[in-house]
Design a protein around this ligand. Structure first.
Ligand code: ATR
Length: 269
């Protein structure tokens, strides 16, 4: 496995990223830097795979003996039914972001959920235990966050989503993940909801497009003595949510922290 840094040979192992789009991803940079630093004879490449081609791409991982893969938006849920086995946490969440090829047997894992908890500890050392969360979003990313905090002992989870039905469905799913009191809240309830929680999470894609000025959760009612803010979105500058929260003295991190934490766990797998 040891090799000269950067030299690709006939024995070099391949790790893939499957997503749509993938051109913005920092994963190839991170993983290739780590392979080089550790002298591992592996290379990490990103592949833009439209949803209609996901099944063929996953079959290709097996056919080509690809060592493993990361899976990103929008494939994390769809890929579950295409794998040979799913690790228990990924099965409970219903989403996979890491595939390990174990001698032709594809096993799906979820490192987003523990990666979120690792990132949470950087702003709240006691983690999710006993904490109350307001989570914006009800897609795949929100699902991993809700599962992670419920399983880690959160006492309350309030979910706000533009499409209320999806928030209600996610609350229903959360009943399987722990004992947190979970309820969906509307936009008009956000100010009161903030008074009930310790941690505010943006798990929507709002802020992904540069230039967004209005965060999905308005910062007016944030209180630096009780709230910490985590945005799953990241860019070259702090997101509007993170910048506005910090300007009020609130501790806030963007999605880079979680990106690195989940990547580190994927890398180990
Ligand atoms: P992911 O797997 O990354 O979570 P997703 O499943 O497409 O992606 O979910 C995107 C989330 O961002 C959803 O909660 C979506 O809200 P809807 O369920 O109402 O679609 C939210 N979202 C995306 N664009 C939004 C916008 N402009 N305003 C508010 N919420 C938005």
């Amino acid at each position: 496995m040891e090799k000269d840094a950067g030299v690709i040979t006939a024995r070099t192992g391949l790790i893939c990223l499957l997503g749509y789009p993938v051109s913005h991803s920092l994963s190839p940079l991170m993983h290739n830097a780590a392979f080089q630093a550790q002298g591992l004879d592996m290379v990490y490449l990103a592949f833009s795979v439209p949803p209609a081609d996901l099944e063929t791409a996953v079959a290709g991982l097996k056919a080509l003996g690809v060592r493993g893969a990361n899976v990103t938006v929008p494939h994390k849920e769809a890929v579950v039914s295409l794998l040979d086995d799913i690790a228990p946490l990924a099965a409970r969440i219903g989403a996979v972001n890491t595939i390990v090829n174990q001698a032709g047997y594809l096993v799906g894992h979820n490192t987003d959920a523990p990666g979120f908890l690792d990132a949470l500890q950087t702003v709240r050392p006691q983690g999710a235990e006993g904490a109350r969360f307001l989570i914006a979003g009800a897609g795949g990313a929100a699902r991993a966050v809700v599962a992670a905090v419920c399983e880690a002992g959160a006492t309350a989870v309030l979910i706000y989503n533009r499409t209320a039905e999806r928030a209600i469905a996610l609350c229903r799913a959360a009943a399987n993940w722990g004992n947190a009191e979970c309820r969906a809240v509307g936009r008009e309830d956000l100010a009161t909801a903030l008074a009930e929680v310790d941690v505010v999470v943006n798990a929507t894609s709002v802020g992904l497009q540069p230039g967004v000025k209005d965060p999905v959760v308005p910062v007016d009612n944030l209180d630096s003595r009780r709230h910490v803010v985590m945005d799953l979105v990241y860019g070259t500058k702090p997101t509007a949510l993170v910048a506005q929260a910090r300007s009020k003295g609130v501790t806030a991190v963007d999605g880079l922290e979680m990106l690195i934490m989940q990547a580190s766990r994927s890398y180990h797998l």
